[in-house]
Design a binder for this molecule. Structure first.
Ligand code: SAM
Ligand code: MD0
Ligand code: SF4
Length: 363
């Protein structure tokens, strides 16, 4: 049982959040520091009530196409970093990708997230940009689904062309908004450039997703600061993923954090931003990790990957894929158990249209 004073403080915070009165930084920090099981279950049920207010029992499902695992960067946390020579890499052919995309569409995903390492083959110069655009066009023509692109820090011009092609979302995660930690996580990358690309994308008419990693040496204050920046950016989708150590990387020996940390951040995001999309990624703990993330207030399941397609994830890059546990079918069974259901395709399309109407008008 937490001390009486803390219980009153918690009830106060949760009442405020329920009334959608903004929490102070100190209140957000207090929430991130909770450990008592009763306090956590109160937190999670408030987060779920807020989710239900705006999304009912409906959850969105995102298919994941990691089409190139080649990367020019050397993020210290990522197995796809350029210096990792111990990795068999791939670039998927257009035919393989269309096949996977159509399979995901037919199974019922609401969106396809086209993700790559920062692979110059697809995007940096004129011809590179052409390859990425051709791939996007092909997937769009063959599926008609809404698209998210996660290409890393590409040029503003590349983003402009992708927007013209009708891509809905630009996902690009800062990982942290503490500049010195950013430099350790993303050495030789420019903090301001990465952040400004998201602002460019917003101006170009994209919806944007911002995200952080947890368990990489950030403080609770850093997390609260990140959540504020996400709000200022106007990101419609905000995420947190627990760091999962990768072989042959500088952070290979850093342990993965206890999951309560990610769950508290998901719940706090929901308290601060009841209307935003918040992913429960299958890429961290597979299907077994879905329940806790949804019960913390997430409302999008990401990283659905077709079995035996040779496509990989990122953090737990092969977990559950070939077993067929990252499919619409398996996820739907789990949703039903939790009293939730996959939204209808038109629900997602309508959500997108409404969100686009709220974008600041430019030009
Ligand atoms: N290359 C692009 C980029 O970096 O923006 C897009 C793909 S990148 C692999 C997508 C995200 O995966 C990263 O921004 C990071 O948040 C996450 N990620 C990478 N390695 C991870 C790890 N070891 N544990 C958890 N998440 C990880
Ligand atoms: C996910 N592994 O959704 C994916 C990835 C990239 N936009 C998303 C981190 O969990
Ligand atoms: Fe490359 Fe993205 Fe991995 Fe960094 S996180 S090494 S940019 S794939």
């Amino acid at each position: 049982m937490p001390a009486g004073g803390d219980m009153i403080k918690l009830e106060n915070c949760l009442n405020k959040a329920g009334a959608e009165i903004p929490l102070t930084d100190e209140e957000a920090l207090f929430i991130l520091g909770l450990e008592n099981p009763l306090a956590l279950s109160m937190l999670f049920s408030t987060a779920c009530a807020l989710r239900e207010r705006y999304f009912g029992r409906k959850v969105f499902l995102y298919g994941f196409l990691y089409f190139s695992t080649w990367c020019r960067n050397n993020c210290s946390f990522c197995g796809y970093r350029a210096l990792n020579s111990g990795l068999a890499r791939y670039r998927k052919s257009a035919a393989e990708l269309v096949n996977a995309a159509v399979g995901l569409r037919d199974a019922g995903v609401h969106l396809l997230d086209m993700t790559m390492g920062e692979d110059p083959f697809y995007c940096t110069d004129q011809s590179g940009e052409q390859r990425l655009l051709e791939l996007v066009r092909l997937i769009k023509e063959n599926t008609g689904l809404p698209l998210m692109i996660s290409p890393g820090t590409v040029s503003r011009e590349a983003l402009r062309l992708l927007a013209e092609e009708g891509v809905d979302w630009y996902a690009c995660y800062q990982e942290t908004h503490n500049r010195s930690l950013f430099q350790r996580l993303r050495p030789q990358q420019d903090y301001d450039l990465r952040l400004s690309r998201k602002k460019d994308a917003r101006q170009l008419g994209f919806l944007i997703e911002e995200g952080i990693l947890t368990g990489v040496g950030e403080s609770l204050r850093d997390i609260v600061h990140s959540l504020r920046v996400m709000g200022e950016l106007g990101a419609e989708q905000v995420r947190v993923m627990s760091f999962v150590p990768q072989a042959n990387t500088p952070l290979a020996h850093l342990p993965t954090p206890p999951r309560s940390r990610e769950l508290k951040i998901i719940a706090l995001m929901r308290l601060l931003y009841p209307q935003k999309l918040i992913p429960a990624s299958l890429d961290v703990d597979g299907l077994a990790g879905l329940k806790a993330r949804l019960e913390a207030g997430a409302n999008v399941v990401t990283s659905l990957i077709p079995p035996r397609s040779g496509l990989r994830g990122v953090s737990n890059s092969t977990l559950d894929i070939d077993e067929g546990c990252r499919t619409v079918q398996s996820v739907s069974v789990e949703l039903a158990r939790l009293g939730l259901e996959a939204a209808a395709p038109e629900d997602y399309v309508n959500w997108l249209a409404r969100s686009r109407e709220r974008l600041p008008k430019t030009g």
